[in-house]
Design a protein around this ligand. Sequence first.
Ligand SMILES: O=C(O)c1ccccc1NCC(=O)[C@H](O)[C@H](O)COP(=O)(O)O
Length: 381
Amino acid sequence: MPLFLIKFFIYSSPKKSFLVQCFPHKKMHEQVLKSKPKGVEPNEGSASIATSSESVVDALKVKEWEVGMFHNEVAATQGIRIRRRPPTGPPIHYVGPFEFRLENEGNTPRNILEEIIWNKDIELKERKPIGMIRKDLEKAPPVRDFIGALRAANERTGLPGLIAEVKKASPSRGILRENFDPVEIAQSYEKGGAACLSVLTDEKYFKGSFENLELIRNSGVKCPLLCKEFIVDAWQLYYARSKGADAVLLIAAVLPDLDIKYMTKICKLLGLTALVEVHDEREFDRVLGIEGVELIGINNRNLETFELDISTTKKLLEGERGKIIRERNIVMVGESGLFTPEDIAYVQEAGVKAVLVGESIVKQSDPGKGISNLFGKDISV
Ligand SMILES: O=C(O)c1ccccc1NCC(=O)[C@H](O)[C@H](O)COP(=O)(O)O
């Protein structure tokens, strides 16, 4: 019997629901049983009756969860620890006409990155139909050359091209800047010599927005824009482009190889540059095995623990991997935790042609001047 059917029967068997109801206090059934009749707040220990059209929706939800589980299994074989969906079943559980809400330990994210990823699913439920996005795409401003801008800045200054991040807050640092005017910050970065900008669009954890991305794009800022989002679905690529993005971030700690392959192809079709982010050797090797990747970021921050170590960039670019990068002419980006001219020199020495910097410059009263402080000299055009 296929795995998804076995799981379906386990999760929908009357026996299990009996156990859940009889022994809610037992370790193996530490679920809090809640029903959620339509339009009524969850109510512990009761159930609601579903209509037949609801049962079609229910079947789809179960199926959706099964796909997520399959995704988790594939991802785990590639060393990906971030689970795409909660592993202990969909939070809403259906038995015949009854609907239960199950909450248990397995439905708790293991770290902040996993929490952000699970939250994307909730956000994506509200997405516009792809047909509407197609229309928006026709009106989107033309794509600008992200990698070209980084290379040009590197040649002009002899220093890594700067991707300056427009970031109001982060899970690791909280609020970085109270008086946050995204357009003013973007203009100040451009004036200070940034080659490209990275704009956080996640609202819940970074206090960013797609509105900020659009505002910056429509403000006359010429630097190409990276849409700094947690991408889990190809739909987000179309949406980012429709809002004026020139590049998107694909995180190898979250996306299995097949997703990265598929998404980089869609990016090419849309004219978007994909910045593929890695944090360790295994992720780096996986990404080097994918054809057509032209821009790779090494994040010095462990997104599960927040630990920062800029020697991550050096470690990953040593030896054979560094050689492959040079042979393929891939542009490497050193990301996170860069505060001083010495930090910039260190990652440049390690082999990066670009850096992605947020905190150290966005916190300055004049973010453009913050760039001169970071590089130890004026790099404005
Ligand atoms: O910054 C965080 O706390 C964070 C937490 C979870 C996922 C991603 C996170 N940050 C994204 C980034 O990698 C940085 O915004 C970016 O590289 C700039 O870093 P920094 O210069 O240290 O602000």
